[in-house]
Ligand binder design. Structure first.
Ligand code: NSP
Length: 245
């Protein structure tokens, strides 16, 4: 990307500030422009405690109750990606992942995990939202309503790529094994965000940003970066909330 010192996307002028069209790694430009928060998310102590199976049941319940509300807006955002993508080939992976999220994977995981953690029906269906959950849902709803494909991609990419980041730091044996710390709640949450299929999904999201981003006008690139950064900050706040800090 451009070697020029970057202006912030909040500055008044965007002249001379854009990703370099010759460099396809627009997603990496977005990620590195979101430091140090990006690394703080991926290495967050709460995420690390999940990978080690050390998160308490109470903390896991509080986190997953809020995250189930996140997943609701996230699923709607996937639907918007199907609608907003600029070609048929790109719509298909969103549709496939939407189906998995809505039916098999995350949905059954949440029901089983929250039942095992003793969550009430009210916590499952309509819990009081933490401020960060409400803010994250607002950002996703804003991107969904805009039907702006690069902005939608930015939010989805942060959510999935950052989760791949911390989950891929988990070491074998994963939690929840015989005699070890943690339970299936920790292990399956890691497995949902790691492995070849999830890596391919993240590579697809990044590839879409890399395909479209370099050709965007500078002002549009700055706007995508702004959305990306907002999402990264929300991921950080979400883990902070879960950690009780
Ligand atoms: C807050 C948050 N961010 C990302 C993910 C990954 N789908 C999630 N489940 N929750």
């Amino acid at each position: 990307m451009s070697a020029e010192p970057r202006q912030t996307p909040w500055s008044d002028s965007y002249d001379g500030w854009r990703a370099d069209a010759a460099d396809p790694a627009f997603s990496e430009w977005l990620r590195s422009g979101s430091e140090p928060e990006w690394t703080a998310v991926v290495t967050h102590p709460f995420a690390a405690s999940i990978t080690r199976g050390l998160t308490s049941e109470e903390a896991m319940r509080r986190y997953l109750v809020q995250d189930f509300q996140f997943v609701d807006s996230f699923t709607a955002l996937l639907g918007a990606a199907v609608a907003a993508a600029d070609n048929f080939e790109s719509r298909v992976p969103f549709g496939r992942f939407l189906g998995e999220t809505a039916t098999t994977e995350e949905k059954t995981y949440f029901h089983r995990a929250l039942a095992a953690l003793g969550a009430s029906e009210a916590e499952l269906t309509a819990p009081p939202l933490e401020p960060v959950t409400a803010d994250f849902r607002a950002l996703m709803d804003e991107a969904r309503r805009s039907l702006d494909y690069p902005a939608i991609l930015a939010v989805l990419c942060v959510a999935e790529w950052s989760y791949l980041g911390w989950a891929s730091l988990a070491e074998e044996p994963l939690p929840g094994g015989p005699g070890g710390p943690g339970s299936f709640v920790h292990r399956e949450w890691i497995e949902l965000h790691e492995g070849p299929a999830f890596r391919a999904w993240v590579a697809f999201l990044r590839g879409e940003l890399d395909r479209l981003g370099p050709a965007l006008p500078a002002r549009e690139q700055a706007r995508v970066l702004d959305v990306f950064r907002r999402a990264v900050r929300l991921e950080l706040r979400f883990f902070d909330m879960a950690a009780g800090s």
